[in-house]
Design a protein around this ligand. Structure first.
Ligand code: AQP
Length: 333
C-alpha cells in the first residue's frame, strides 16, 4: 500500500517474443487492476540478462514489450509502464535484499534448477539470485498483489518470506504481497511437449504460439499440436495435449471445459484444432493491429519509457531510502 491506495505490480522479461502463455497467464489480466489499484507494469530487462541475450534483440524486444502492454489495453495514463533498468532502485534494493536471503532458499527454486540445466555453460550468480531482484521489484512499490502465471508463484512466495524476515527486524517496512493467478490459463503448455510449459525462449518455434504470429502461423501451429491417443475432445490428466488446447479455447471463448466437450462431441481433433486456431487468431488480431500502430512511433514509446521511469522512481526512491536509513547508511540531504 502507498497511503490508502492498494498497489499492483508485475513484469515481463523481454527475453524472447511474447507467447500466448505470457498473454493468458499474465498481461491480459493486468488491465483489470487499473481501476482499483495503483499499478506498475515493468519490462524486466535486467532479469533477461541472466541468460545471454543479443543486445540488438534485447533492445528491440524492450520496445516491443512496452508496446504490447499498451496494445493489450494498458492505458499509460492509468498505469505506470516502464523499463526496469531505467529505475536504478531495483538493482540497489536487490543488493540489500541479497543480504537477507538464504543460499538454501535460492537453491530450492525450481526455475533456477530448470534454467541451470538448460544453460549448463552459463550458471551465473544472476541466474541464482534472480528471485531476489524480483523481490526488490515487488517490494519497492509496497505491492499488495502480483498477477502472475503459476511458474512465478514460488518466487512471489520467496518474496513474502524475505519481506517477513526484514519486517521482523524493521517492523512494517514492507507490504507483504499476494500472488494472483487467473482461474484459467495460469500455465499454458508447449504444443510439442504438452507436459512442459510454453516458454518464449523455447528453440522449437512450433511449440509456441507468439502473440504476434500471423493468422496462418497460428492455425498451422495448432493443427500440428501434439494430441493424445483417442479422438475425443475431453479434458483428463492422461490427455495433456487436448487438455491444453481446451484451456486455450476456454480462455479465448469464456466457455467451460464441459461446454467445450459438448460442443465437440462426435467431432474429431481436426475440427477442434482448427477452432482453437481460429479463436486465438481472432482474439489476437486487434492486439496485433494496435501493436503495429504503436511500434510505428518509436519517439512516443521512448517518451513513455521516460515518463514511466520518472513515475516509478518517485515511489521506488521512497522505499529504498527508508530501507537504507534503517540499515544505518549515511543519508545527506
Ligand atoms: N506458459 C505460460 N502460461 C501461463 N503464464 C505464463 N507466464 C510465462 N509463461 C507462461 C507468465 O508470464 C509472465 C511473464 O513471464 P516472464 O517473462 O517473467 O518469464 P517466464 O515466467 O520465465 O516466462 P517464459 O515465457 O517462460 O520466459 P523464458 O523463456 O525467458 O523463461 C509471468 O507472470 C509468467 O508467470
Amino acid at each position: 500500500m502507498f497511503g490508502d491506495q492498494k498497489v499492483c505490480f508485475s513484469g515481463v522479461q523481454p527475453s524472447g517474443n511474447l507467447t500466448i502463455g505470457n498473454y493468458l497467464g499474465a498481461i491480459r489480466n493486468f488491465s483489470e487492476f487499473s481501476e482499483l489499484y495503483k499499478t506498475f507494469y515493468c519490462v524486466v530487462d535486467e532479469h533477461a540478462i541472466t541468460v545471454r541475450q543479443n543486445p540488438a534483440e534485447l533492445r528491440r524486444r524492450t520496445y516491443e514489450t512496452l508496446a504490447l502492454y499498451m496494445a493489450c489495453g494498458l492505458d499509460p495514463e492509468k498505469n505506470t509502464l516502464y523499463v526496469q533498468s531505467m529505475v536504478h532502485e531495483h538493482a540497489e534494493l536487490a543488493w540489500i535484499l541479497n543480504c537477507y536471503t538464504m543460499f538454501g532458499e535460492l537453491s530450492r527454486m525450481t526455475q533456477f534448477k530448470d534454467k541451470s540445466t538448460k544453460h549448463a555453460d552459463n550458471v551465473n550468480a544472476g541466474l541464482f539470485t534472480y528471485p531476489v531482484l524480483m523481490a526488490a521489484d515487488i517490494l519497492l512499490y509496497q505491492t499488495d498483489v502480483v498477477p502472475v502465471g503459476i511458474d512465478q508463484k514460488q518466487h512471489v512466495e520467496l518474496c513474502r518470506d524475505i519481506a517477513t524476515r526484514v519486517n521482523q527486524i524493521y517492523p512494517d517496512l514492507f507490504t507483504i504481497p499476494e500472488p494472483i493467478m487467473p482461474k484459467s490459463g495460469k500455465k499454458i503448455m508447449s504444443l510439442v511437449e504438452p507436459t512442459k510449459k510454453m516458454s518464449k525462449s523455447d528453440e522449437n518455434t512450433n511449440a509456441v504460439v507468439y502473440i504476434l504470429d500471423d493468422r496462418d502461423a497460428i492455425i498451422r501451429k495448432f493443427k500440428r499440436a501434439v494430441t493424445d491417443s483417442g479422438a475425443e475432445v475431453r479434458a483428463a490428466e492422461d490427455k495433456p495435449g487436448v487438455t491444453n488446447l481446451m484451456t486455450v479455447y476456454s480462455c479465448f471463448t469464456g466457455k467451460s471445459m464441459e461446454e467445450i466437450e459438448r460442443e465437440f462431441a462426435g467431432k474429431g481433433y481436426g475440427d477442434f484444432k482448427l477452432a482453437v486456431g481460429e479463436v486465438t487468431a481472432d482474439a489476437l488480431a486487434p492486439v496485433q493491429k494496435r501493436f503495429a500502430e504503436l511500434m510505428a512511433d518509436k519517439a512516443a514509446l521512448e517518451a513513455q519509457m521516460k515518463k514511466g521511469a520518472e513515475e516509478a522512481s518517485y515511489y521506488a526512491r521512497r522505499t529504498l531510502s527508508k530501507m537504507q536509513k534503517k540499515l544505518g547508511f549515511v543519508q545527506i540531504h
